[in-house]
Design a protein. Structure first.
Length: 153
């Protein structure tokens, strides 16, 4: 669990990290450099969920490198329902595509990633925070005060 203490005294207890694969963690089905290491570190504190339509293939290799089994989900409403089923108030969702927008909006914290594949405008509008790359987005979870600084009213 990762706790985020807010200036008003409230607290977030984040337990799940729901991640889109292609365009967010990977480009053309290949993990981006540094992603596997960052997720291994975060896996000590969060349950990691890899959600993907498998557009580019290579899923077996990605699963092996991450030590995770992907959940085959490609459509936006299915991703949103997955986050809701976990308990949206305990979830961080990270993605870049149009089909990620609903889960970004539904999760306690939605992080949209502008990566080499681009960022859908719908995802950017649905997110709480937009980051320049996946490693910056994952680092927010290791440094919660960055979230507080960005999202404080």
């Amino acid at each position: 669990m990762i706790g985020v203490a807010w200036p008003d005294g409230s607290q977030w207890e984040l337990r799940h990290l729901c991640l889109d694969l292609n365009g967010t963690l990977a480009l053309d089905g290949v993990l981006l450099p540094g992603v596997a290491e960052a997720l291994r570190d975060l896996g000590q504190d969060l349950e990691i969920h890899l959600l993907t339509a498998g557009t580019h293939g290579g899923l077996d290799e990605v699963e092996s490198k991450l030590g995770l089994q992907a959940v085959p989900i490609g459509r936006g409403p299915e991703k949103e329902a997955y986050v809701a089923q976990l308990g949206a108030e305990r979830c961080v969702a990270v993605g870049n595509g149009r089909n990620d927008a609903a889960m970004l909006r539904r999760a306690r914290l939605g992080v949209a990633v502008l990566g080499p594949e681009g960022l859908a405008a719908d995802a950017a509008q649905a997110a709480d925070i937009v980051v320049a790359d996946i490693l910056t987005g994952l680092a927010l979870l290791r440094h919660p005060l960055r979230m507080v600084a960005t999202l404080r009213p």
